[in-house]
Design a binder for this molecule. Structure first.
Ligand code: EPU
Length: 439
């Protein structure tokens, strides 16, 4: 396990550039393989979950490589295998997008049940029901989702709980189905909208993304395109909350402020100053945060992925706050680790009751999942003394070496050598331009 040694107490100052959206990139990498040629994708972050998704696609026969400018090339014309390996598929939730992709391209799929962060039960029933409604035969056998169809047919589908992953998977499956598919109660997350814009640029006919009704008129083929994905609202939110917890003045660049409306409103309530530019946010705080209640919700509500960082900030707020998790059944595992640092948190059903303390104290803690890791880093930055955060490699699943970005803002963090640099981890996909010419 890799460890971050964090000495707390330093406010954050400076500028930080936010990377591409992990959850958008995961969907768009799968969608790119729907085309019968090479899509070129920019702004794909070098997160380990992205690397695993590329390996899942390569398992299917899709050629994926990175050029010297850092752009990802995805060649779906070589897709031939309907079964990604268990080894990679079990590591990430987004591997389930292989099912939508394969049904659309080959009419059959054998996809291992996906993995992902340990944040509670993460069923696949909504995905399966949706594929069945499109006319596929689908079942779970020996740990695999087995699906086949002689041609998907558009229909009206109600998406349970406005599930993000289900909406994405059904968009992948339906965009080349015959007839029109209508997704009711569809997810409205910016990542869904980004996927729709990408698919439409490839020739798909999708209307309504960003509302709860998405209409997908099937087309015969999708052509390859070049595309740049949106920036990561969750990375931006993590940095904003870090400033709220530690104090300081930070400008965030390359962001879409509209994607962060609710977190911005909540931060302002907590006494953090936020100024919004076109693609920048200026965040400033020199006081202990006020306690503010939060309830997670589907977009545009407060994102569940910022619940953990928010609780970290509330541990040192000037009062008691109630943070309610409504999306995932077990996203409070990190609370015991925060308690090691002196946090006063009581769990009651789906809520954390956080009584703010004057200060946290450094302690050894361990990361249980991606956003829990972000919460522990924020708590450590705000604490007195040194915190050893072990399991830090989990942070690389969804942040591009967050420790280095924080160090550039003045944080005192030393990472052990076992934590790879983003580019090192992706070296297996790097292909120089010369080789590309020869191919
Ligand atoms: N659910 C089911 N059955 C299903 C699908 C979902 O019961 O077939 C439940 C889930 O267990 C959960 C709820 O429905 O309780 C909503 O889950 P959703 O499908 O919306 O989530 P997801 O697609 O699995 C994506 C993100 C998560 C993010 C959620 C909610 C990706 C790869 N993951 O997950 O991101 O928290 O949407 O916005 O896009 C993260 O980035 O740290 C992360 C966990």
């Amino acid at each position: 396990m890799a460890t971050l040694r964090i000495r707390g107490g330093a406010p954050l100052y400076g500028h930080v550039s936010v990377g591409g959206s992990k959850n958008s990139a995961l969907a768009i990498l799968a969608a790119a393989a729907l085309a019968d040629g090479v899509c070129i994708l920019e702004n794909i972050p070098k997160h380990t979950d992205i690397l695993v998704m590329c390996r899942v696609l390569k398992d299917l026969g899709v050629d994926v490589w990175i050029d010297e400018k850092g752009r990802f090339h995805v060649d779906g014309s070589t897709l031939s295998n309907d079964q990604p390996s268990y080894e990679y598929a079990r590591k990430i939730r987004a591997s389930i997008y292989a099912a939508g992709l394969l049904l659309a391209r080959l009419g059959r799929a054998e996809v291992p049940l996906p993995g992902g962060c340990a944040i509670g039960s993460r069923g696949v029933d909504f995905h399966i029901k949706g594929f069945q409604q499109l006319g596929a035969q689908v079942g779970i056998e020996h740990g695999y989702i087995k699906a086949s169809s002689t041609g998907l047919v558009g229909t009206k589908i109600y998406v349970n709980r406005a599930s993000v992953g289900t909406t994405i998977n059904l968009m992948l499956a339906a965009c080349m189905a015959s007839g029109t598919t209508i997704l009711e109660n569809a997810a409205k997350e910016p990542e869904v909208v980004d996927l729709a814009i990408f698919l439409n640029s490839m020739g798909a006919k999708i209307r309504g993304a960003g509302t709860d009704i998405i209409k997908i008129q099937g087309v015969k083929r999708l052509h390859p395109v070049e595309y740049s994905i949106i920036s990561d609202r969750l990375e931006a939110g993590t940095f904003m909350i870090a400033v709220g917890a530690c104090g300081g003045e930070v400008t965030l660049h390359n962001i879409v402020p509209e994607h962060l409306r609710t977190p911005i409103a909540k931060l302002k309530e907590a006494g953090v100053q936020v100024e919004v530019g076109d693609s920048e946010l200026f965040v400033r705080s020199f006081q202990r945060p006020h306690s503010v209640d939060v309830e997670t919700a589907v977009y545009p509500g407060f994102p569940t992925d910022l619940q953990q960082p928010w609780v970290a900030m509330m541990t040192i707020a000037d009062g008691t706050s109630v943070v309610k998790e409504t999306i995932f059944s077990d996203r409070f595992r990190y609370v015991d680790e925060l308690r090691r640092m002196g946090a006063d948190i009581k769990l009651e059903q789906e809520s954390a009751i956080v009584r703010g303390v004057e200060r946290l104290t450094g302690a050894p803690v361990e990361v249980s999942d991606l956003r829990a890791g972000a919460a522990l880093v924020i708590a450590a930055l705000a604490a007195d003394g040194e915190t050893h955060v072990s399991g830090a490699e989990i942070l690389n699943r969804g942040y591009e070496r967050i420790d280095q970005k924080l160090v550039s803002l003045g944080a005192n963090i030393v990472a052990d050598d076992s934590l790879p640099q983003p580019w090192e981890a992706f070296s297996e996909l790097m292909r120089p331009a010369r080789v590309q010419m020869e191919l």
